[in-house]
Design a protein around this ligand. Structure first.
Ligand code: NOJ
Ligand code: CA
Length: 566
């Protein structure tokens, strides 16, 4: 196996409005990201994914695209993007953009044309339907932001479909001209040197051809939000979407084949694991990484996590590359959900699991959700269904860089408030604190880079009872990478609401006399008796099929201990 950059690498998501402002308008911009590239390289990530930067009325903060091949003036200009890309590449950082193919802004020239008349050539580029016999919407589909997903267009007496805001009209991907135009958009950015895309709501892109009603959700409760009144059976995850994903993959792959650099596609897909796996492709390859969001919502308990991880690994199709995520710009931050102490454990878990991890900006500081005063709410999700904790502003607040005014993010009023603890929870301060979560992230990223077994090793989940589950990245099998000497390196990470310090040790992973693979923790560690002998959950002494690290002088061993009381 030859490992590719996106298999070895760690991705860092940047929400561009909130990363660094350079022109004093309170909104982050491309020059700001460029200014912070050294921070990112120093942190130890390999790639950045930038949420949408295209011209947009910002009804959904860039996920309403009015022009696919340009940059919104609030973020800069195309030339700024080219500079950013060149500077990132110079530092060995890859750059991924957000591709938003399911819908455009209602102000996109395509939609302006489409709604101009029923016989406009672009009419069929979007999804137009006559009213139901009672004059109401064509079916019961509900927008993800609440309310009917159909908007009445008085001028042409038809409804158009929008899975999100009415300002975000869904494209009709069954139309070949739409496909051709959108594939050209991908080529436009790939030709500029972009290393990949995160594909927005990939599983939404095709709807059932005859638009049947969605079934009611028997588990619906109002606190879930209006969209959950029905199950999105006919409006998402249709079989025809796989052809689109395969077409996009073929375009991405053509660059690698032509020797122009491997490109990667990451699909945003919220589906159960068995459905998710289809997006790796069957006859034809689809996205490289269907985003795996399971850790975001998982019960934070060792056994449950171990099962979830093992089940995901078992479900992967042959050649399917795993990936893991703790949060993003739509979901509560990990430090809010799990608390500061467990945010550290989560970091250790994320960065020692095999596969490709994606970090969300600010999580390396332990940023928490910021309460937004009602008068300052910006997110349409919150404005449309207030008070249900569905709003996303709290997780999109500015990056606190230092203790200067506005945390070094801007010289003006930031577009969203800063975290209240920014005078201490900021990059400059936490860089100097030996036990800060930022320093932990740096160490973990450095360790991951130094030990390819962590990213591209195999996976085994040693059994055994007790509270602690070990997640193990054992021997790296046959990869032809420069770090082949780390073949015997393994990681073990304790996870759970344990009462003591949590540590991760790099040792060996071996098959033992009970047939299970184990990460060999240091003597005295859990799973060892006082003489350092490996024991089973029932206290039986086990022997290793091959020498353990204590007897193999060439073995590399390193331990990370997270200090603090839990
Ligand atoms: C998913 C994006 O992550 C979210 O922020 C956005 O509102 C919707 N897609 C609509 O594009
Ligand atoms: Ca700015």
């Amino acid at each position: 196996m030859t490992a590719l950059w996106w298999q070895m690498g760690v991705i860092y998501q940047i929400y561009p409005r909130s990363f660094q402002d350079t022109n004093g308008d309170g909104i982050g911009d491309l020059k700001g990201i460029e200014r912070r590239l050294d921070y990112l390289a120093g942190l130890g990530v390999d790639a950045i994914w930038i949420s949408p930067i295209y011209p947009s009325p910002m009804a959904d903060f860039g996920y309403d695209v009015a022009s696919y091949c340009d940059v919104d003036s609030r973020f800069g200009a195309l030339a700024d993007f080219d500079d950013l890309l060149a500077q990132a590449h110079e530092r060995g950082l890859k750059v991924l953009l957000d591709f938003v193919p399911n819908h455009t802004s209602e102000r996109h020239p395509w939609f302006v044309e489409s709604r101009s008349s029923r016989d406009n050539l672009k009419r069929d580029w979007y999804i137009w339907r006559d009213p139901a016999p009672d004059g109401g919407p064509p079916n019961n589909w509900i927008s993800d932001f609440g309310g009917s997903a159909w908007e009445w267009d008085k001028a042409t007496s038809q409804y158009y479909y929008h899975a999100f805001l009415k300002e975000q009209a869904d494209l009709n991907w069954r139309n070949p001209a739409v496909r051709a135009a959108m594939y050209d958009v991908m080529r436009f950015w790939f030709d500029r040197g972009v290393d990949g895309f995160r594909i927005d709501v990939l599983w939404h892109m095709v709807k059932a051809a005859d638009f049947p009603d969605n079934p009611p959700n028997p588990d619906y409760r109002p606190a879930m939000g209006d969209m959950h009144r029905v199950l999105q059976l006919h409006s998402t995850d249709q079989p025809e979407v796989h052809r689109l994903a395969a077409d996009m993959r073929a375009i991405a792959d053509s660059y690698g084949t032509e020797g122009r650099g491997e490109r990667v596609l990451i699909g945003e897909i919220y589906l159960p694991v068995d459905r998710l796996m289809h997006y790796y492709g069957q006859e034809r390859a689809e996205v490289h990484l269907p985003f795996n969001f399971q850790l975001v919502d998982a019960p934070w308990e060792a056994r449950a996590l171990a099962t979830l991880i093992a089940d995901y690994e078992a479900a992967l199709p042959p050649g399917g590359w795993p990936n893991w995520v703790l949060g993003n710009h739509d979901r509560p931050r990990v430090a809010t959900k799990r608390g500061q102490a467990q945010a550290r454990v989560a970091a250790m878990l994320l960065l020692t699991l095999r596969g490709t991890p994606t970090l969300y900006y600010g999580d390396e500081l332990g940023l928490t959700d910021v309460a937004i005063p009602p008068a300052e709410v910006q997110d349409p999700r919150e404005l449309r269904e207030p008070g249900l904790a569905l709003g996303r502003d709290p997780v999109r607040t500015p990056m606190p860089w230092d203790a200067s005014a506005n945390a070094g993010f801007t010289t003006a009023k930031p577009w969203l408030p800063l975290n209240a603890d920014w005078p201490t929870r900021n990059v400059a301060r936490m860089t100097t604190e030996p036990h800060s979560i930022l320093r932990l992230y740096r160490r973990l990223l450095a360790t991951r880079r130094a030990h390819p077994a962590l990213s591209i090793g195999g996976f085994a989940l040693p059994g055994g009872g007790g509270q602690r589950a070990r997640i193990c990245a054992p021997a790296w099998r046959g990869a032809s990478h420069r770090g082949a000497q780390s073949r015997r390196t393994a990681a073990s990470v304790g996870v759970a609401g344990l009462g003591g310090p949590v540590s991760a040790a790099l040792g060996h992973c071996r098959r033992c006399s009970d047939g299970r693979r184990r990460c060999l923790a240091p003597p005295g560690g859990r799973g060892r008796d006082s003489n350092g002998r490996l024991t089973s959950s029932t206290g039986r002494t086990l022997t290793c099929a091959s020498p353990c690290w204590r007897r193999s002088p060439g073995a590399r061993r390193r331990a990370i201990t997270v200090p603090g009381s839990w």
